[in-house]
Design a protein around this ligand. Structure first.
Ligand code: BGC
Length: 803
């Protein structure tokens, strides 16, 4: 016995290390050697994540696979419905991990959401420490800053939290086009315009990745609705794909080479995005030169073999069935192991850069105080002043006592729900924000609302799942005497209207969502009447992640501030604008249509169901069901302002619109040449002609000459924000126009073509408010780029065309 034991010790000491020393090691040996040393089981495990705990069922039924490769029991089948990732392995509350192979020196990478900040569990079992993250402003707000540097600085702060909490890849930014105002995830995305989207996303990626961690730009591609998101077949022309739905991703890849791309749930022209070689190999890699890895959205796709073949390198969060399928496919000769090797190499290449591979000792203590300052400042830069009659804002020095109306005033929404949510330590309320900025908030109306909210919330059933949007609480009907009494005690009123949304469900066009409710309108009306009767002002604050109807009520209040969902410092950021500490400088990255029916996709959004939902699909969770469905993008390239401007439909507030407490003069438009020769610069002088320091967002639109293809009335091809200009100060802004900016995608030759002729340069304060125009000429048509023939629809898509 002693001898056997002795030999065992000898084996452990001498032979075992020798074996592991002989095994190639990641980082020391060429990747090809490391991959060649993997068993088939290891290879397959490596391209499949280690599983996750499902939201919903009790944790006891939700064991996940340890990342060292020993399989645990399978997670519940979750091919459909909302599957917001959570894992307890390595970083509690992260969305997933990759499979570790210690004998080859391969660690597990941790990936976690999301677009408005890192989403991990704020507390852990048997641990007194907290792991709160900063809730930054949502995507819609960040895009409304039109400020690449600012978004980059937000990215740096988010990236630092990713790094310091031990996460390797952030699952964001979200960058789908806001095609229709009702998409439940619009708040996570940036804009209706791909140029703005791509530029803002690239700034975010560069900011996050400057910290030595990765990003995953998502959801690739054409994922513009949540209803039936796992089964929706998006039927869309090649031109609309290239110019609208892929263009932002193309820009982000070329300007920031993100570590990873997340493929989307939906189908595009009949093929699931994650199973599409056209999308993931031909377009993303061959046409654009993407070098990183592609991961699936959580449980996205149906056929792991097709996913591997298409170039979807990593299946997240991973489940044992996928592994079984892949092993059998290799054994049966249905999947060439070389394809697995190719995908593994992509994952390993990224892993080599990851903090976990480099052995970074994370602190679990990012500087949350410093990041709170970043979110407070960035939020105020993206708020949009929609209306400011008689310079109501900033509040005059005489305004000291303020009455705050509306439920949301006492319960600000910092961000949307689902995987785009962040577990922040606090949200600064409007009352706190106003108090911090030196105002006295009326206590009578405050206590009325706080009691009402406490009572209503206490009687509400418990949330079934954390990513369900909390039901809206009906507005109190206040009698006019009560309002009049409050008017006597105060100098001005604020009325806040709020909306929340999140993944798995689209918004509704009805009252209480896109439309304001009758009670909300009544509140705005009656409070304003009361204050006007005494010569005082009423201001509406919109605490929303996306668009709401404004035409029917916008004439009533004196001022309207679109505060968006502004992150955890929301109350401070709003107060900074209302008080004039910060001069608003945000402009709309999405059109506010006059009525929902004016939206070009309104008639068909969110698609038609091809089958009736079974009980199981409906499953009591309407928000998560997925039945075969399809949607045809008959609006083609005419999305957002491209539609409103070309088809002469008047919006309530146009793309690019936003007021300031100051005014700006535009002058001295200069083109470097009247002839286009591969590149052209455009300069313009912007002067602060008002009496308050402020910043102006300047937009460059191009109108292309008539050609074979129809063209939008104008398209955004440049934008810049001035520095803080003092009254009278002038800044010259310069834009560069490149060949690609002139071109439209012609599917008949699969190329970007710039037609010969005159191009109008329009320098605007918004898409409508064009201040200066110029012209240059392109002598001969240009073929700017040839692309793969890819994602061709099965039948011609009937699209709207201008007359
Ligand atoms: C969402 C993704 C998210 C993932 C992990 C999915 O439901 O669509 O955006 O990154 O869950 O939480």
């Amino acid at each position: 016995m002693k001898r056997i034991f002795g030999s065992l010790i000898l084996f452990i000491l001498l032979i075992a290390p020798a074996i592991s020393q002989n095994a190639p090691q990641l980082g020391k040996d060429p990747l090809s050697k490391v991959i060649a040393a993997m068993t088939l089981e290891e290879k397959v495990s490596f391209v499949v994540g280690t599983g996750m705990r499902m939201p919903g069922p009790p944790p006891s039924t939700q064991k996940q696979n340890p990342p060292d490769g020993q399989q645990g029991p399978p997670p519940p089948a979750a091919q459909q419905g909302p599957v917001v990732g959570t894992t307890e392995v390595l970083v509690d509350g992260a969305a997933g991990t990759t499979f570790a192979i210690p004998r080859l020196g391969i660690p597990a990478m941790v990936v976690a959401d999301g677009p408005a900040g890192l989403r991990i569990s704020p507390t852990r079992k048997n641990d007194n420490a907290t792991y709160y993250c900063t809730a930054f402003p949502v995507g819609s707000l960040l895009a409304s800053t039109w400020d690449r540097d600012l978004v980059n600085s937000v990215g740096k702060a988010i990236g630092n939290e990713v790094l310091e909490y031990g996460v390797d890849v952030l699952l964001g930014p979200g960058m789908n086009i806001q095609r229709n105002p009702l998409c439940g995830r619009n708040f996570e995305y940036y804009s209706e315009d791909p140029f703005l989207t791509g530029n803002i996303a690239a700034s975010m990626v560069n900011g996050v990745e400057s910290q030595g961690v990765g990003t995953s730009i998502k959801h690739f591609a054409a994922n513009n609705a949540e209803t039936n998101r796992n089964s929706l077949n998006t039927i869309v022309s090649e031109r609309a794909l290239r110019e609208i739905y892929l263009e932002g991703f193309r820009i982000a890849v070329s300007q920031s080479q993100p570590w990873t791309v997340m493929s989307s749930y939906n189908l595009i022209n009949g093929t699931m995005a994650s199973e599409s070689p056209d999308l993931l190999t031909m377009i993303l890699r061959n046409d654009w030169g993407f070098k990183g890895l592609v991961m699936s959205d959580w449980f996205g796709g149906r056929n792991p073999v097709a996913q591997m073949t298409a170039g979807n390198d990593l299946l997240m969060p991973g489940n044992p069935d996928q592994k079984k399928t892949l092993i059998n496919a290799v054994k049966e000769g249905k999947l060439d192991v070389k394809l697995l090797d190719r995908n593994i190499e992509k994952i390993l290449t990224i892993m080599l850069q990851s903090p976990r591979f480099k052995g970074y000792k994370y602190s679990n203590k990012p500087d949350l105080k410093a990041h709170a300052a970043v979110t407070r400042q960035s939020a105020s830069e993206g708020m949009v002043l929609l209306k400011n009659a008689d310079n109501t804002l900033p509040f005059a020095p005489a305004v000291k006592n303020i009455a705050v109306f509306g439920n949301i005033s006492y319960d600000l929404i910092s961000g949307g729900t689902g995987s785009g949510d962040v577990n922040e330590a606090y949200t600064v309320s409007l009352v706190e924000g106003l108090t911090n900025d030196g105002y006295k908030v009326n206590e009578d109306i405050k206590s009325l609302y706080t009691h009402y909210l406490d009572l209503t919330k206490a009687g509400r059933p418990k949330q079934r799942s954390f990513f369900m949007t909390p039901p809206q609480i009906a507005e109190l009907i206040l009698n006019q005497d009560l309002i009049n009494g409050i008017v006597e005690q105060t100098d001005a009123a604020i009325i806040t209207i709020g909306r929340n949304a999140g993944e798995g469900r689209d918004r509704s066009k009805e009252e209480g969502d896109f439309q304001l409710t009758e009670q909300e309108k009544q509140l705005i009306r009656e409070v304003t009447i009361g204050y006007h009767a005494k010569g005082k002002k009423a201001v509406v604050v919109l605490n929303v992640g996306g668009v709401v109807e404004t035409v029917s009520w916008k004439d009533i209040p004196d001022a309207i501030l679109l505060a968006w969902q502004a992150g955890q410092e929301a109350g401070n950021s709003i107060a900074d604008i209302l008080s004039g500490k910060v001069n608003p400088s945000g402009k709309l990255a999405i059109t506010f249509p006059a009525v929902y029916d004016n939206v070009p996709s309104s008639a068909t959004f969110p698609g038609k169901e091809l089958e009736k939902p079974t009980n199981q699909q409906a499953g009591g969770m309407v928000f998560g069901r997925s039945v075969p469905a399809e949607i045809t993008y008959e609006d083609g390239i005419y999305v957002g302002y491209r539609y409103y401007e070309t088809f002469n439909v008047k919006p309530s507030y146009e793309f690019g619109y936003g007021l300031s407490y100051s005014t700006f003069d535009y002058s001295n438009l200069r083109l470097s040449s009247a002839k286009f020769n591969g590149k052209l610069t455009v300069s313009v002088d912007i002067k602060n002609s008002g009496n308050k320091a402020g910043k102006e967002i300047v937009q460059l639109y191009l109108t292309a000459p008539k050609g074979k293809l129809d063209k939008p009335a104008e398209e955004l091809k440049g934008f810049a924000k001035t520095k803080l200009l003092q009254p009278g100060e002038v800044q010259t802004l310069t834009f560069t126009i490149e060949s690609h900016n002139l071109a439209s995608f012609d599917p008949s030759v699969s190329s970007w073509i710039a037609d010969a002729g005159n191009y109008d340069v329009k320098i605007g304060a918004s898409s409508k408010n064009i201040k200066l125009t110029g012209t240059f000429n392109l002598a001969k048509a240009l073929t700017v780029g040839k692309e793969s023939v890819a994602l061709v629809p099965k039948e011609k898509v009937n699209e709207i065309k201008p007359k």
